[in-house]
Design a protein around this ligand. Structure first.
Ligand SMILES: NC(=O)c1ccc[n+]([C@@H]2O[C@H](COP(=O)([O-])OP(=O)(O)OC[C@H]3O[C@@H](n4cnc5c(N)ncnc54)[C@H](O)[C@@H]3O)[C@@H](O)[C@H]2O)c1
Ligand SMILES: O=C(O)C[C@H](O)C(=O)O
Ligand SMILES: [Mg+2]
Length: 626
């Protein structure tokens, strides 16, 4: 809490409402209804009237308390009588055997009794540490309600307070002090078949800056979505922090900080650590997908360039976000009866020239070229701003221009308003460029002021599209209620962090959430199931189109350009199938079963995706073969 106070936040009071027997009964009935309404459990072992559930094997030595204390095997009060005898659990649990419905009801009842989101986050992470199957089942059932608690925006607060709230470790830490040891260290992870690694160096955690080793909350949150939304089994995921120090002086001075208390490594020494980590991971798990997450911009693109053609990896903030925003843009065109070809007519003001701003602009620019524009024409439709105003070669010193990354140089070179110059303000750019889309990846809360939004609306000549992508909510460029009010309810609004529906002058508006959560779980599932060699732009484009097409009729009618988060599991399946099909088309899938003629890709991906359900637990010496 010390850090939270230093950063100006109030200490969280734990407020819990009392729960009665009547509340418990209502909660249980609701759980049963949710199950029959929306969760058709695919029990892959069901044959006629017999339920043959493939057992989960655990080491012979695992008995009694050890089973209860292992979150991958624990079922808590749901262990059946025969299992209680078989595993030495009799007497270690209360006599009543709970159903999963009852357990879910208990969790939700307790969760809803907390008033504070960070308390809810902690309660869920304790469940995660105690019973993974139940955690993921609750998340799958209540994803719309729980995603903002286990992921953005609450995960941002959890990272800020990580060192102070720390209870037990999850994932692995590879630090600069481990150089030379990493190949041995990976052997310490107990799971044999890791398929997805999400790694951060903690240097740019959401819009909160350098949080060092406290950034671990991000890979944990992303991988929770991989399991619940993407259908990757929990024993196949690994959250990682590569700790090369932190430039956050407050953290270095905090006695409770858990990472290396020294300035970040840079240059060759930095890349040496990341290279050793990547090599070690792939040495033990050659089929693993590595997702780079929340690396600050000066290393994000160089790391991507270093690995993208050699190993199965992607950078979520550059590529995942690019694919996601393009999906939103394609859905906006669909909303107004247009097609991808009409991308040609868009003019875009992007606030932010970091990984997200440049990644998104590059992806949309390439889509414009695919729609028929020349490279030069497509470039000229983008006005990218940074802290110092418009990023433009004109008006920039040659030295400053040379210091830009190549992707930034491309976006700074030509404009369809030729008088555009370095440092022009957002308001000026809006007035002369008359964009059709205003996107924020600046980390600056309130950047889209009333004056800016009204000028944008006036000049855009149609429905203004506003996408404030910065996370968490405290960094968002404009709130949904302000955006609707300042455009007389006419805008299409899609933000990185979620907003509740807005009532404006008697009409209800449904903001969309434009977050890479709609792409990375499905992209990762698809790339992993296909055992793809690499992640290509074509796979990302296919993922993007699948996401755009998954917005259903009701969502379209409500003005949404992204699906509701409640449907993220279905969307991820569509994205995964599109990813696999793209990999197959380009000869990049190596999974043998997928290479057979006439294979039903959707059925295959569905069959491979994890659904959290209890299966019988048996002891077996072949434990690691699961
Ligand atoms: N919604 C999503 O899916 C998603 C995905 C990735 C990133 N993001 C969010 O986008 C934000 C940016 O991420 P990043 O990695 O690019 O960060 P970054 O720190 O690398 O980049 C921020 C950029 O904003 C610019 N900036 C600062 N003040 C500005 C101002 N007043 N006007 C215009 N530009 C300004 C900076 O110069 C810099 O170029 C973060 O908040 C992140 O959480 C959202
Ligand atoms: O983590 C998110 O919510 C999206 C994105 O990856 C980000 O860094 O903001
Ligand atoms: Mg990120």
């Amino acid at each position: 809490m010390l850090l939270a106070r230093r950063l100006g936040r109030a200490r969280h009071a734990t407020t819990i409402r009392a729960v009665s027997a009547k509340d418990a009964s209502i909660a249980y009935q609701k759980e049963k209804a949710v199950e029959s309404d929306s969760c058709a459990i695919v029990d892959k072992g069901t044959v006629g009237p017999y339920r043959l559930r493939r057992p989960l094997k655990i080491p012979l030595s695992h008995r009694g308390m050890e089973v209860i204390q292992d979150p991958l095997y624990n079922k808590g009060t749901a262990f059946e009588p025969a299992e209680r005898d078989r595993l030495g659990l009799r007497g270690l649990l209360p006599p009543k055997v709970s159903s999963m419905d009852e357990q879910c009801a208990r969790i939700m009842l307790r969760l809803r009794s907390f008033e504070d989101d960070i308390q809810k986050h902690m309660y869920l992470s304790e469940l995660h540490d105690r019973n993974e199957t139940l955690f993921h089942r609750v998340v799958v059932r209540h994803i719309g309600e729980l995603a903002p608690l286990i992921y953005t925006p609450t995960v941002g607060q959890a990272c800020l307070e990580f060192g102070h709230m720390f209870k037990r470790p999850r994932g692995m830490y590879f630090s600069a002090d481990d150089i030379g040891q990493m190949n041995a260290m990976v052997q310490n992870w107990p799971m044999k078949d890791v398929r997805v690694v999400v790694v951060t160096d903690g240097s740019r955690i959401l819009g909160l800056g350098d949080l060092g080793a406290n950034g671990m909350g991000i890979p944990i949150g992303k991988l929770a979505l991989y399991c619940a939304a993407g259908g990757i089994a929990p024993h196949r995921v690994l959250p990682v922090v590569v700790d090369v120090g932190t430039n956050n002086v407050e953290l270095r001075e905090d006695p409770l900080y858990l990472g290396l208390k020294r300035p970040r490594l840079t240059g060759a020494a930095y890349y040496e650590v990341v290279d050793e980590f990547v090599t070690a991971v792939l040495h033990r798990w050659p089929k693993t997908l590595i997702q780079f997450e929340d690396f600050e911009s000066s290393v994000a693109q160089p790391l991507l360039d270093r690995y993208r053609d050699k190993i199965l990896c992607f950078n979520d903030d550059i590529q995942g976000t690019g694919a996601t925003v393009l999906a939103g843009v394609l859905a906006c065109l669909r909303q107004t009866g247009k097609t991808a070809q009409d991308l040609k007519d868009q003019r875009i003001v992007m606030c932010g020239a970091g990984s997200a701003g440049v990644g998104v602009s590059t992806v949309i620019k390439d889509a414009m070229i695919a729609a028929g524009l020349s490279e030069e024409e497509a470039r000229s439709r983008f006005y990218v701003l940074e802290k110092e105003g418009l990023l433009a070669k004109q008006g920039m010193s040659p030295a400053d221009y040379d210091s830009l990354a190549p992707e930034q140089q491309i976006l700074a070179e030509s404009f369809d308003v030729p008088t555009a110059k370095r440092g022009d303000s957002l308001l000026d750019v809006i007035k002369y460029a008359k964009p059709t889309m205003l996107i924020g990846a600046s980390t600056v809360a309130g950047l889209f002021t009333e004056e800016v939004v009204r000028a944008f609306h006036e000049g855009c000549g149609g429905k203004p599209i506003i996408m404030p992508l910065s996370n968490p909510t405290s960094k968002c460029e404009v709130s949904a209620s302000d955006a609707y009010a300042w455009t007389n309810g006419e805008c299409v609004f899609a933000s990185g962090s979620p907003f509740d529906p807005v009532e404006y002058e008697g009409t209800k508006y449904y903001p969309s959430q434009c977050n890479n959560m709609f792409v990375f779980p499905g992209l990762g599932l698809g790339a992993s199931v296909a055992e793809a060699r690499v992640v290509t732009d074509a796979m990302l484009r296919a993922a993007s189109e699948a996401c755009a097409n998954s917005v259903n009729v009701e969502e379209m009618a409500r003005g949404q350009v992204f699906p509701s988060v409640d449907r993220i599991r279905d969307v991820s399946l569509d994205v995964a199938v599109a990813t696999v099909e793209s990999a197959l088309r380009d000869g990049l899938a190596t999974r043998e079963e997928l290479l057979r003629p006439g294979v039903d890709v959707r059925a295959f991906v569905e069959a491979k995706s994890y659904f959290p359900a209890y299966v019988p637990v048996v002891t077996d010496p072949g434990f690691f073969d699961n």
